[in-house]
Write a protein that binds this ligand. Structure first.
Ligand SMILES: Cc1cc2nc3c(=O)[nH]c(=O)nc-3n(C[C@H](O)[C@H](O)[C@H](O)COP(=O)(O)OP(=O)(O)OC[C@H]3O[C@@H](n4cnc5c(N)ncnc54)[C@H](O)[C@@H]3O)c2cc1C
Length: 491
């Protein structure tokens, strides 16, 4: 019987436990520092109200469901409902645009709002489909434990096809001839905390995937997924310790033998680090660390509200663009200043879900992209919140203040206190040199039994992608020596 210890009960740690605990010859324990499981995938609660604290947009449903199914959870027990339209985007000049999964509906909308671009949209879908299939097989479904496998002729050819040398914005400008539409197809880099002009073009597959695979809502909130998974883990006897921060991993030679939590030593055969990188480095002795400097992703200023009503709309997700999106991005990523005129996103799940608030009442979430790290002057926070509330009242939520029963605010400072690198919401940023082989891998150290999973580890952030990372890791841990050798060589 071998024993795997997992440091962190985020979706990465939980999914790894789900996949590994199917093996009768392995016991699995999770050590979580918070007094709850799920990490970023949790609720913000207030009395009888609850709303997702972090993730809200369910992408890549097939990836999510098939990995859960592989872990032994029946896909029919996951209450996913499609978003149709996918979302609304409101531009500052008053123009409003909807996105749809159905290409015909989308082309009608384009013809109406951005005439001529419906033809470009066909070309976008066709090109992206081919890129998606190749990118998924060669990057999302592979890890690069052995660095040279990344630089194989096949991968380099795919990188050229994905135009990895271009950025998302430049690529989208080659499809759409209106800057507002370019914004509508580049803002998705913010889902993973990247600047549209600094994220390599392969991340434009996210905006394609919205159309191809749809955007979904998980009834009960995305955080309900944690309840479904932990119920199954409990049934299987997986030990889940909460309120237990791991302070150190004890190593000897090229192996780790135990971890220290609450001053006590717990031994294991393998250990999986699910906390954010590079923070996890600090659990190891200096000479074993990666000791590399990383750029954090952007942060979020989050407003969670309980309302005495539900606003009517045909979409739970809405984006409100400012008059100068580029200026907002410059303030977040370059100048490290609080934005003076930000674009923002709102999530109002009560339109389709009455389980989140008392009868007739609703919950609302607003996300404003903001800079992270030391040196950001937060003295303008209250003025920024007031500015965004004014915009919300003018552009979609009339008299919002008078309908708000409570509001909680979360900034990157709280995220940093909770263990997110530099307060970034999405792990390390998705830049070219922090993607693919350049991101920490599932076996990041020269230690033979220390592994990693999570948003800052390849293949990257976002719930389904972190789950895909857990699948890569679980497969790798279950390989025999020969399979592992071949896998490392990319055979
Ligand atoms: C505001 C926000 C919005 C987002 N929106 C979306 C979205 O719409 N769609 C989407 O797919 N994704 C979204 N994401 C990203 C998504 O939430 C993450 O990619 C994913 O949840 C990361 O999971 P993880 O397991 O890597 O990390 P985490 O959730 O951070 O889990 C790591 C766990 O490790 C624990 N830990 C750390 N150190 C220790 C230690 N020393 N000892 C014990 N435990 C430790 C932490 O407490 C935590 O519970 C969003 C994230 C945020 C913050």
């Amino acid at each position: 019987m071998s024993h795997t210890a997992i440091v962190g009960g985020g979706i990465g740690g939980l999914m790894t436990a789900l996949l590994l605990s199917k093996d009768k010859n392995r016991t699995v324990s999770i050590y979580e520092k918070n007094d709850y499981l799920g990490g970023r995938l949790t609720y913000e609660r207030h009395g009888e109200f609850k709303i997702d604290q972090g993730p809200t947009i369910v992408l890549l449903p097939e990836m999510l469901l098939s990995i859960l199914e592989e872990g032994g959870i029946d896909r029919t027990s996951i209450p996913l409902i499609p978003c149709d339209p996918l979302y609304h985007i409101h531009f500052s000049d008053g123009l409003s645009f909807r996105k749809y999964a159905d290409p015909e509906k989308q082309k009608e909308e384009l013809q109406k709002i951005f005439p001529g671009n419906e033809v470009h949209f066909d070309r976008f879908l066709k090109d992206m489909k081919a890129r998606f299939l190749q990118g998924k097989a060669q990057f999302l479904e592979q890890s690069f434990v052995e660095k040279r496998t990344f630089f194989s002729r096949k991968n380099l050819k795919t990188l050229m096809k994905l135009k990895a040398y271009q950025n998302v914005k430049k690529m989208m400008r080659s499809y759409f001839d209106d800057e507002r539409l370019v914004e509508a197809y580049t803002l998705q880099t913010l889902y993973i905390g990247g600047h549209p002009e600094q994220s390599p073009a392969m991340y434009s597959l996210v905006s394609y995937s919205e159309h191809e695979h749809g955007i979904w809502y998980l009834k009960g909130g995305y955080a309900h997924l944690v309840e479904i998974i932990t119920k199954e883990l409990e049934k299987r006897g997986v030990q889940m310790y909460t309120g237990k921060a791991v302070e150190r991993i004890v190593t000897s030679g090229d192996q780790a033998s135990s971890l220290i939590a609450d001053g006590q030593m717990h031994s294991f055969d393998d250990v999986v680090l699910n906390g954010d990188f590079p923070i996890m480095d600090q659990l190891l002795k200096n000479e074993k660390r990666l000791n590399r400097k990383y750029t954090p992703s952007s942060g979020c200023l989050l407003l969670y509200m309980g309302l005495d009503k539900i606003y009517e709309s045909d979409s739970i997700h809405q984006f409100f663009m400012s008059s100068d999106f580029d200026h907002h991005m410059k303030q977040v990523f370059t100048d490290k200043q609080l934005p003076d005129d930000p674009s923002f996103y709102t999530f109002h799940p009560s339109i389709v879900d009455d389980s989140l608030a008392p009868e007739g009442k609703g919950v609302l979430y607003t996300l404003i992209p903001v800079p992270t790290g030391e040196g950001v002057d937060w003295s303008g926070k209250d003025a920024l919140i007031e500015k965004v509330l004014n915009e919300m009242e003018d552009r979609g939520f009339p008299n919002l203040r008078s309908h708000t029963e409570w509001m909680h605010v979360r900034t990157p400072k709280e995220a940093e206190k909770d263990g997110l690198y530099s307060g970034g919401s999405f792990g390390i940023a998705p830049t070219l040199f922090q993607s693919g082989v350049f991101r920490p891998q599932l076996q990041p150290y020269s230690l033979t039994n220390v592994y990693a999973v999570g948003a800052s580890v390849h293949p990257g952030g976002g719930v389904p992608i972190v789950m895909q990372g857990a699948k890569l890791l679980a497969d790798y841990l279950q390989f025999g020596a020969k399979e592992r050798h071949n896998y490392k060589r990319g055979v």
